[in-house]
Design a protein around this ligand. Structure first.
Ligand SMILES: Cc1cc2nc3c(=O)[nH]c(=O)nc-3n(C[C@H](O)[C@H](O)[C@H](O)COP(=O)(O)OP(=O)(O)OC[C@H]3O[C@@H](n4cnc5c(N)ncnc54)[C@H](O)[C@@H]3O)c2cc1C
Length: 396
């Protein structure tokens, strides 16, 4: 498809929206991003950009910028919650040295993408809250302020509470997953190395990793519980509630939890993967198409993959309709598989004694006998390269 006279509106300036806007502009499309917020900003929290996400940033020419503002992950270490003793070490340096895996501050990734978008000539319009989108040959975008605009293609990258998704899909209420997550950042007073530490306790787990220049540590603390919290980034909580919920956690975990002075609480909900990702001049990507629980750290990485695939499909197809069908075919099954894997992952960290004893024993043994295999079990996620014809990163 020739992008020259194609006008595209992207709803949402999150990770997926900014990435798709930049990639479209590189192809020559006229792109406008509509963002509800008054500035492009992010709450202070970390993000794991895994090799499949890095592959897209590399194709965008932004991988070096990412490396500058992120910590390269050396290992993922599973630990017992009470004393912090190591259960399993996935040594990425040793067993996957060719893969690039980073810990980054969300705000740094957003700023990196937003700078690239602005430099490329994309128009970013802030304070533009979209209320509905009407499909058609020239789909219409209705804004909350009463204004209306048309485009050849509208891309819904407006996250978990998408206003674009209902234009193509029946609305189904999300289901509380029985888990909540607290998120916080604290100073790295312990000098923790660039490793993700997963402290596994009964009905809860804590993930920590350093971000920025290594001076801060990101904490994500997940707890299984009956009463739910709001599904929102901005819901604050008392840090003592977090400390109380993780009272039995000792060692490094305790020291980190004791330094938390500000925390956000996020209710984790299961949403179905959208049936329809693209039709009648509308496409969905990222959380708008497939909200993903954080237990595989894949939501933002999948949004990057979607962005690349959508632009690639548009470039290859004769028209928008054919491109949208190809896009859904290319992406839906993979996204659904990752969403499923993330939904099924938390319980593995949450086992209670006595079940946790044999489980940890098996992990220890597997780590000792087949460390390479323990790392390569995630190849289907990390070695997926959406920017290559065969979708697989070559092994070096
Ligand atoms: C606790 C937790 C930890 C996580 N950790 C990781 C991780 O380590 N790695 C990872 O890959 N993912 C992680 N994720 C998931 C990841 O954050 C999301 O999947 C990702 O941000 C989705 O990107 P997106 O661009 O689709 O949506 P978003 O980042 O949510 O962006 C949506 C944008 O659209 C705007 N918007 C919304 N509605 C409207 C509207 N009506 N009109 C105009 N604009 C609108 C919003 O303001 C926002 O800017 C985590 C999630 C949670 C909850």
């Amino acid at each position: 498809m020739n992008f020259k006279d194609v006008r595209i509106s992207v709803v949402g300036a999150g990770i997926g929206g900014l990435a798709v806007a930049y990639l479209l502009r590189q192809k020559g499309a006229q792109v406008t991003v509509l963002e509800q917020a008054e500035e492009i900003s992010e709450v202070g929290a970390g993000l794991q950009v895994t090799p499949n996400g890095v592959a897209v940033l590399r194709a965008m020419g932004l991988a070096d910028d990412l490396a500058w503002c992120a910590q390269r992950a050396r290992a993922v270490v599973l630990r017992h919650h009470a004393h912090g003793r190591e259960v399993l070490r996935l040594d990425l340096d040793q067993y996957a040295p060719d893969l690039r895996y980073y810990f980054v501050h969300r705000a740094d990734l957003i700023h990196l993408l937003a700078d690239a978008v602005r430099r490329s000539g994309v128009q970013v319009r802030l304070l533009q809250k979209v209320s509905t989108v009407v499909p058609g040959p020239r789909p219409a975008v209705h804004l909350a302020n009463g204004a209306k605009c048309h485009a050849d293609l509208v891309i819904g990258a407006d996250g978990i509470h998408s206003r674009v998704r209902p234009a193509l899909n029946a609305v189904r209420a999300p289901r509380f997953s029985g888990q909540v997550a607290w998120r916080a950042t604290v100073p790295n007073r312990l000098g923790l190395p660039p490793e993700a530490q997963v402290f596994m306790g009964p009905g809860r787990h804590l993930v920590t990793y350093p971000i920025r220049d290594g001076s801060m540590v990101n904490l994500v603390a997940a707890q299984a519980r009956r009463n739910w919290a709001e599904e929102s980034w901005s819901h604050g909580d008392n840090p003592d509630n977090l400390r109380q919920a993780f009272a039995g956690f000792g060692g490094i975990a305790r020291e980190l939890l004791d330094t938390v002075d500000e925390v956000k609480l996020w209710g984790l909900f299961r949403h179905p993967v959208a049936q329809n990702w693209g039709q009648d001049g509308i496409a969905l990507l990222g959380d708008a198409a497939h909200p993903t629980l954080p237990f595989m750290a894949q939501g933002a990485n999948m949004a990057l993959e979607d962005a690349y695939a959508l632009v690639d499909c548009l470039a290859a197809a004769p028209d928008i309709a054919a491109a949208l069908s190809a896009y859904q075919l290319r992406r839906r099954a993979r996204a659904a598989k990752v969403v499923e894997a993330a939904s099924g992952n938390a319980w593995k960290y949450h086992l209670r004694a006595p079940l946790s004893w044999p489980a940890h024993g098996i992990l220890r043994l597997a780590g000792a006998l087949a460390p390479q295999r323990m790392v390569s079990q995630f190849d289907w996620i990390y070695r997926h390269d959406e920017t290559r014809q065969d979708r697989t990163a070559p092994r070096l």
